[in-house]
Design a protein around this ligand. Sequence first.
Ligand SMILES: [Cu+2]
Length: 125
Amino acid sequence: MKRTVLTLGFVVLAAISAACSSAAALPQPSGPVVDGPTIVAKDLKFQQSSVEVKANENVTLHFDNQDSAPHNVAIYTDSSASQKVSIGEIVTSARKDQVVPALKPGTYFFRCDVHPDMKGEIVAK
Ligand SMILES: [Cu+2]
């Protein structure tokens, strides 16, 4: 009986980790990367409601989470958050760089996936 429970537990764990890794699978940008803006999270808000990046270049985004709450920068094509562009790692009280793949000129949407009320826009020019 104990062995069955252990085996079941392992199968469930394996299924969960498989689901997580496929959900996180976004193509990693290749080629040169230019430096980009910093986005600060503080008091459960992004301190920048709009940041600008160079269009058509991979950009390093600097995320600075000054909260003890977990946040990330998750970029989507628009506020429906249905099409992912770049999903940053969720961190707590830490800085994290994130390479955003080259964006065509336009306005994109970002939010914290943990707190979807935290949001802003990224303008690629
Ligand atoms: Cu958050």
